[in-house]
Ligand binder design. Structure first.
Ligand code: FE
Length: 135
C-alpha cells in the first residue's frame, strides 16, 4: 500500500528542523564525512527519517563502509524510500529520498556488501535512531 505523503511548506520545515537538518533534508545538502552523529554508531534499533519519522533502516543492515557516513546494505522496506538520478556536482549518482515526506537522505551506490551489493550512504542529519530497548 502506498504511504500517505507528507507535504509541508519550506517555512514549516524550517521551523521544525535544525538549520543543519534543513540544509541536508530539504536542500539536498551533504554533511562532511566523519562528522555526523551516527557514522560509527553500533547501537541497535530502527533509523527513522529525521523529518517525518518514517522507518527507513534497521541497524542490522548498517555496516562500516569506511566512508564516514552511516551506510546500510538495504532499506527496511523498498517502499519507504524513493530513488532518483542525480547529475548535480558533475557526478552521476542515485539520490535516495524518504518516500513519505520527500526529504533528501543521501545516495545509493553499487559497491555494497554481497549479496545485494548496495551501499546506502545516508547523512546522519537525515536520521534519528530509535534505539531498541534492552531486554
Ligand atoms: Fe520523511
Amino acid at each position: 500500500m502506498a504511504q500517505k505523503k507528507i507535504l509541508k511548506t519550506a517555512k514549516e520545515w524550517q521551523k521544525e528542523l535544525t538549520p543543519e537538518q534543513y540544509r541536508v533534508l530539504r536542500q539536498c545538502g551533504t554533511e562532511p564525512a566523519f562528522t555526523g552523529k551516527y557514522w560509527k554508531t553500533k547501537d541497535k534499533g530502527v533509523y527513522l527519517c529525521a523529518a517525518c519519522g518514517n522507518e527507513l533502516f534497521n541497524s542490522e543492515t548498517k555496516y562500516d563502509s569506511g566512508t564516514g557516513w552511516p551506510s546500510f546494505s538495504a532499506p527496511l522496506d523498498n517502499k519507504k524510500i524513493e530513488s532518483k538520478i542525480d547529475r548535480s556536482d558533475g557526478m552521476d549518482r542515485v539520490e535516495v529520498k524518504c518516500a513519505r515526506c520527500g526529504s533528501h537522505l543521501g545516495h545509493v551506490f553499487d559497491d555494497g556488501p554481497k549479496p545485494g551489493g548496495k551501499r546506502f550512504c545516508i547523512n546522519s542529519a537525515s536520521l534519528y535512531l530509535r534505539k531498541k530497548q534492552a531486554d
